[in-house]
Design a protein around this ligand. Structure first.
Ligand code: PGA
Length: 264
C-alpha cells in the first residue's frame, strides 16, 4: 500500500457547475452543514457558481466546510469583461479553485497552456488549484489515456515546478465518465492515479507522496466506497451527486471510512 495514504487528508469536493438558486443553495448548504461537523477527519469543499460564493461564504463561516471557485482568469485584474481573478476568489473566502475542468477545455477552448497559466496564477494568490486532467472515450479506446493525462500535466509542470504540487490537488476525470452515470472502475482509476503520481514523482518524490489525487466522473453514494478504497484515490470531485445533500454526505462518509481503514 502507498505509504503516503496516511499523510494525505481525503478531500471531497462538490462541483455544482451552473446549477442553483438562492433558495436551493440555502437548502443544500443547510443539509450539508447539519452533518459536516461529524466528518472533521476529511476535508469537504463546495464550488458554487461565482454569484453565490458570497452567500455560501457567509454560511460556511465557523464550519469545517471550505469554499472554492469553479474557474479563474489567468489575468490579475483589469479590462477583462466577465472574468474573475484569483485575488477576488481569495477576497470572498475561497481556499480552492478548479482549473482546467474538461467542460472549460471542451466548451471554452481552454488550451493546456492557458490552464497552466491559471494554475500558476492561483498559487501566486494563495489558492489551492485543483488541476483536472482526463481523456475522452476516443482517446481511451485509442490507448492514449496516459499520453493525454501526461500531456495535460506536463504543460503545468513546464510552467510551475513539481514542488508546487505540495500545495495543489490533481483530479483525474475521464471525460467519458462525467455526467454519464458510467464511472471508471476502481481499478481503472487507480491505474491512472498511479501513473499521474509517478509523473510528479519523476521530478519531485516528496511532492508525489503529498499530492492528493481525486477521482471525478459519476461518483455517487453507491460507488464511492469502492473508488475511495484504492490507495491512490485521495478523494472525489463530485458533480451531479453534490447537488443532493444526502448523496453528497454518503460520499463524504465513504471518504471518512477510508481514513479509518488506513489507520486501523
Ligand atoms: P459528475 O461530474 O459527478 O456529474 O460526473 C464530475 C465533474 O465534472 O467534476
Amino acid at each position: 500500500m502507498d505509504e503516503g495514504l496516511d499523510v494525505r487528508r481525503a478531500l471531497v469536493a462538490g462541483n455544482w457547475k451552473m446549477n442553483g438558486t438562492r433558495v436551493s443553495v440555502g437548502a443544500l448548504m443547510e443539509g450539508i452543514l447539519r452533518q459536516a461537523g461529524d466528518l472533521r477527519d476529511i476535508e469537504i469543499a463546495v464550488f458554487p457558481p461565482f454569484v453565490y460564493l458570497g452567500m455560501v461564504a457567509d454560511l460556511v463561516r465557523h464550519t469545517p466546510v471550505v469554499l472554492g471557485g469553479q474557474d479563474l482568469s489567468d489575468h490579475d485584474s483589469g479590462a477583462y469583461t466577465g472574468e474573475i481573478g484569483a485575488g477576488m476568489l481569495r477576497d470572498v473566502g475561497c481556499r480552492y479553485v478548479i482549473v482546467g475542468h474538461s467542460e472549460r477545455r471542451q466548451y471554452h477552448g481552454e488550451s493546456d497552456e492557458l490552464v497552466a497559466r491559471k494554475f500558476a496564477r492561483a498559487l501566486e494568490h494563495g489558492l489551492v488549484p485543483i488541476l483536472c486532467v482526463g481523456e475522452t472515450l476516443a482517446e481511451r479506446e485509442a490507448g492514449e489515456t496516459e499520453a493525454v493525462a501526461g500531456r495535460q500535466l506536463g504543460a503545468v509542470l513546464a510552467t510551475s515546478t513539481a514542488a508546487a504540487f505540495q500545495q495543489a490537488v490533481i483530479a483525474y476525470e475521464p471525460v467519458w465518465a462525467i455526467g454519464t452515470g458510467r464511472n471508471a472502475t476502481p481499478e481503472q482509476a487507480q491505474a491512472v492515479h498511479v501513473f499521474i503520481r509517478g509523473q510528479v514523482g519523476l521530478r519531485d518524490p516528496v511532492a508525489a507522496r503529498a499530492v492528493r489525487i481525486l477521482y471525478g466522473g459519476s461518483v455517487k453514494g453507491g460507488n464511492a466506497a469502492a473508488l475511495l478504497a484504492q490507495p491512490d484515490i485521495d478523494g472525489g470531485l463530485v458533480g451531479g451527486a453534490s447537488l443532493d445533500a444526502a448523496e453528497f454526505l454518503t460520499i463524504c462518509r465513504a471518504a471518512a471510512t477510508r481514513i479509518g481503514a488506513a489507520q486501523g
